[in-house]
Write a protein that binds this ligand. Structure first.
Ligand code: PDD
Length: 281
């Protein structure tokens, strides 16, 4: 396996950044995860737009031009023979002697890219029967709209889910409003057949897959509504599912030990998943 680190393609096993990298010491960095299908990078432009936004919200410089970055991404995929899989890219504020203040002007950002193959049929099988989740109180900072590598709450939430025999966790705020999954956005299909996801203006990451699911649903003639909903709305829903680059559309069949609908994945999320790659670009 080959990784890209600050201008060089290196063996994955030897890929390294400095111990005083600000990503390591302060989680002072941002990232993107993108899906690759049949050699195509799914929603690349939207991911790069969001990367730009994350960087600018944190007053970080672009590591390179978009054309150069696109070239490097494709090169990492090519060198790893990735036809179906994912790649991960991370940009940090660079390496400098530890000091909370931004490093000196001109400190080069650290950019790393890794890629791996995944077998779509294995992923499909993994989610074929849907997953169990738990709900947890929202405990993150209020800038989760920025895709930063500061994911400790998400790590703890996911592990808590696993320890409880579930696959994932959903954050719920103190008013009972559903926020998002620990690494995904949440959708419900109401008893009336509406597809509902919460607004993304604040409190959640605006998932790229979420945006594309909205496009896909429109093409399928489904009604999408962006409004807040609660845990009980999930329990009364016809379907509940996650969207994310890694799972696309993952059905949820149990929440806090309670069964969703008949306990089986629903047909609407399946139809969105089936149409997804025809519509994503
Ligand atoms: N996570 N919300 C959170 C907190 C996320 O971490 C993610 C993605 C999403 C969905 O965004 P998108 O549709 O753009 O993947 C929502 C990635 C997959 C990860 O951390 O691995």
């Amino acid at each position: 396996r080959i990784a890209y680190v600050n201008g060089q393609y290196v063996q994955h096993a030897d890929a390294a950044v400095h111990i005083e990298d600000r990503g390591f010491q302060f989680a002072d960095g941002v990232y993107e995860v993108c899906e690759v299908r049949a050699g195509m990078i799914v929603d690349l432009t939207r991911h790069l737009n969001r990367l730009d936004r994350s960087l600018s919200e944190l007053r970080m410089a672009q590591p390179m031009s978009r054309a150069a970055l696109t070239h490097v991404i494709r090169e990492v995929l090519r060198r790893n023979h990735v036809k179906n899989g994912i790649f991960y890219m991370q940009v940090t504020r660079g390496a400098a002697r530890r000091d909370h203040f931004f490093p000196a002007e001109g400190t080069p950002p650290t950019i790393t890219i890794t890629a791996k193959n995944t077998d779509p049929s294995v992923v499909a099988k993994k989610y074929a029967n849907g997953i169990k989740v738990i709900t947890l109180p929202e405990n993150r900072w209020d800038r989760v709209d920025i895709k930063t590598v500061g994911l400790l709450p998400n790590v703890l939430a996911k592990q808590q889910a696993r320890d409880a025999g579930a696959a994932d966790a959903i954050y719920v705020d103190r008013n009972g409003i559903v926020m998002e999954g620990a690494s995904s956005n949440v959708w419900i299909v109401t008893p009336q057949g509406e597809l509902v996801t919460r607004p993304a203006e604040h409190g959640i990451l605006r998932g790229i897959t979420r945006t594309t699911v909205i496009d896909v649903a429109a093409k399928l003639g489904l009604k999408v509504v962006e409004r807040e909903f609660k845990t009980e709305d999930m329990l009364n829903a016809r379907e509940v599912f996650f969207s994310s680059a890694t799972g696309i559309c993952v059905p949820i069949v149990e929440i806090d030990g309670k069964t969703v609908a008949n306990g089986h994945p629903g047909t609407i999320s399946a139809s969105i998943r089936d149409a997804f790659f025809d519509i994503a670009e």
